[in-house]
Design a protein around this ligand. Structure first.
Ligand code: KG4
Ligand code: ZN
Length: 357
């Protein structure tokens, strides 16, 4: 039996401090040995969003014990770790720098390789954790910072089919929640309130619904919700607005995912069509069931990674590290933190990011 690599992953790109140890089994399936995530919700909730300096300070305070706990939980010894992978971007530079510096020092002290990981690549490969899944597949990544459709063709091979031209979907949920007086991050609360409301009560806009291919836009929704919120008087009005927002998001995703399916099918001749939904918003049950129905209709197999691998975590970062380590795609210690880092280098930047309609 050959010794399988053991990789430490570190994530600190935004408001989660995370560390994980992974390896792989005899069949080459990546196995998560530990997965420790410490969220900073309590640090930021009174501010209605992530405050970069507070986030960075919190990462600095926690990173030592989070990494130690990940090693302890894994049952492995520090000397058994073969390489360290850390998110190097995209994200908040003050936050990225904490995990990245820690990872470089750790690798340097133990004299083991270091891998700089693109956070989006972690999300893109996350359905492979503890699971066997072949390329290619279509990915919808919906989180607090990103909303994109990507063809995932192989390690390092991604093609962006569509992206948000303004707010990310999680951001739209959080901003709507803030307008309704719910603490950050309000996305999960909106889902709960929506269940008590009438989703047909308010007619909300669907920006770029009939143009822009499978690109997305959510900023106009927030403006409309802000206007309507001024006339809200009762709790029921609040529930109705949350329900109308949830329904509008589902209608947008239904239409845009249908377009992404066609694009993916045109560009990839595959026997089995697979659709993966990842990122924090993938936890939304109504979105899950709507997209599952769409997949059944269009003959795609739907995959939703377990919730613990949907939101930000370090297991997905360790996974990219593992794959790159096996290919000897290692990085030097002068690798910078990259606040902006596209997965598909050929994709134009967000607007004014050059998304063309
Ligand atoms: O992937 P994630 O944990 O972190 C980022 O990379 O941003 O995603 C966090 C986002 C937040 O905006 C949060 O409100 C949203 O995911 N979210 C949800 C739900 N659970 C988390 N949005 C809607 N419904 C949910 N159930
Ligand atoms: Zn993320």
């Amino acid at each position: 039996m050959t010794k399988k690599p053991i990789i430490l992953g570190i994530e600190s790109s935004c408001d989660e401090t995370a560390a994980s140890i992974i390896s792989e089994n005899e069949q080459g399936i990546p196995i998560v040995l530990s997965n420790v995530v410490s969220s900073q919700e309590n640090v930021h909730k009174e501010f209605g969003g992530v405050v970069p300096e507070l986030a960075a300070r919190s990462h600095i305070e926690k990173i030592d014990w989070i990494v130690q706990k990940a090693i302890d939980d894994s049952g492995k010894k520090i000397e058994e770790i073969d390489a360290v992978a850390s998110t190097a971007g995209p994200g908040l530079i003050v936050c990225l720098s904490v995990g990245l510096s820690f990872a470089k020092s750790f690798a340097s002290t133990l004299n083991i390789p270091f891998v700089a990981v693109n956070h989006l690549e972690g999300h893109a490969l996350s359905p492979k954790l503890n699971s066997s899944l072949n390329f290619p597949y279509l990915l919808l990544l919906i989180s607090g910072g990103h909303s994109q459709f990507l063809s995932v063709l192989g390690l390092g091979k991604y093609k962006r089919l569509g992206t948000t031209i303004d707010d990310a979907l999680g951001e739209a949920f959080d901003k709507t929640a803030k307008i309704l007086g719910i603490e950050f991050p309000g996305g999960p609360q909106i889902e709960i309130l929506a269940k008590k409301g009438n989703s047909n009560r308010y007619n909300l806009p669907k920006p770029i619904f009939n143009k822009g291919g499978c690109n997305l836009s959510f900023a106009g929704l927030k403006t409309s919700i802000l206007k309507i919120s001024k006339s809200i008087e009762t709790e029921q009005d609040k529930f109705d607005l949350a329900a109308s927002f949830q329904k509008t998001i589902e209608e947008i995703l239904y239409k845009k995912t249908t377009i992404a399916f066609s694009k993916f099918e045109k560009e990839n001749i595959v026997e089995k069509k697979i659709f993966v939904v990842a990122g924090g918003v993938a936890a939304n049950r109504n979105i899950r069931s709507m997209l599952t129905n769409l997949c059944n209709e269009k003959k795609f197999k739907s995959i939703f990674p377990p919730i613990e691998f949907c939101g930000d975590n370090a297991a997905m970062i360790a996974l990219v590290g593992l794959e790159k380590y096996k290919l000897k795609e290692l990085n030097n210690f002068d690798h910078p933190a990259k606040p902006r880092w596209q997965l598909d280098e050929n994709a134009s930047y967000l607007k004014g990011a050059g998304v063309k309609f």
